[in-house]
Write a protein that binds this ligand. Structure first.
Ligand code: IDP
Ligand code: MG
Length: 237
């Protein structure tokens, strides 16, 4: 709920930014102020945390004036700061079978076409030790050793994707673990047959996403930027 409010506040600020670039009409300003006010009514605490994250926290006048200050303060925000405040990230990897089968572009294209944004990518052959760290939660499973041998057997394309709901929806795009049970239309459903060669990995929750991104990437490999398509993907009506 609080992340939803945070996103709404951030979206309102983003709308303000783009409307201020194109026009200064009173009507548009009123719309954005109203959107922000709705957020303020929703949760003072969340908005205050948004202000904090976006470097807007009011110093002496309390949350109410802090909330009032959002439109003016947001005007001064850089897109990158909004980005940092708003969007969720997940770790996605194309496993050696997906790479060897020439499915890199097909898989990237499904995330890209959906509207998610690629913020990090590299190709590497993980060591077995690294693979064991990545799959540490499965170490009691009988297939653990073979799975780690396989992940470290060839190139893996490691990526971080960003967008609203990308962790959960990324898993939907990927499909069920066993491709025999994955729905047609999903990556595993369309492109894989056996559970041991299911071509792709995706984080299964926000904690896992955070841990996996930190395992595979250094912070400076993650790129924050505004995509030109964003205003067509995240619109407020
Ligand atoms: P996930 O990849 O859908 O998150 P997990 O249960 O986390 O599925 O398992 C990690 C990986 O381990 C799977 O993607 C698959 O490659 C492999 N795996 C899972 N279950 C089995 C199994 O029963 N036999 C062989 N390999 C399995
Ligand atoms: Mg998993």
């Amino acid at each position: 709920m609080s992340s939803q409010i945070l996103r709404s506040a951030s979206r309102a600020a983003r709308t303000l930014l783009s409307s201020s670039r194109t026009s200064s009409s009173v009507g548009q300003w009123r719309t954005v102020a109203a959107a922000t006010a709705t957020v303020a009514r929703g949760s003072a605490r969340s908005l205050s945390s948004f202000c904090y994250k976006a470097d807007l926290k009011s110093t002496s006048m309390g949350w109410f004036y802090g909330a009032l200050a959002v439109p003016a303060g947001a005007y001064m925000l850089q897109d990158q700061q909004l980005q940092a405040a708003e969007l969720e990230r997940t770790f996605i990897a194309i496993k050696p079978d997906g790479v060897q089968r020439g499915l890199i572009s097909e898989i990237i294209s499904r995330f890209e076409k959906k509207g998610f944004k690629l913020v990090a990518i590299k190709i590497m052959i993980p060591s077995k030790d690294f693979a064991q760290k990545h799959y540490h939660d499965l170490k009691e499973r009988p297939f653990f050793n073979g799975l780690c041998d396989f992940l470290s057997s060839g190139p893996v394309v490691a990526m971080v994707w960003e967008g609203e709901g990308v962790i959960k929806y990324g898993r939907k795009l990927i499909g069920a673990t066993d491709p025999q049970k994955s729905e047609p239309g999903t990556i595993r459903g369309d492109l894989a047959v056996g559970v041991g060669r299911n071509i792709i990995h995706g984080s299964d929750g926000s904690e896992t996403a955070k841990d996996e991104i930190a395992l595979w990437f250094t912070p400076w490999e993650l790129v924050s930027y505004t995509s030109n398509a964003e205003k067509w993907i995240y619109g407020i009506n």
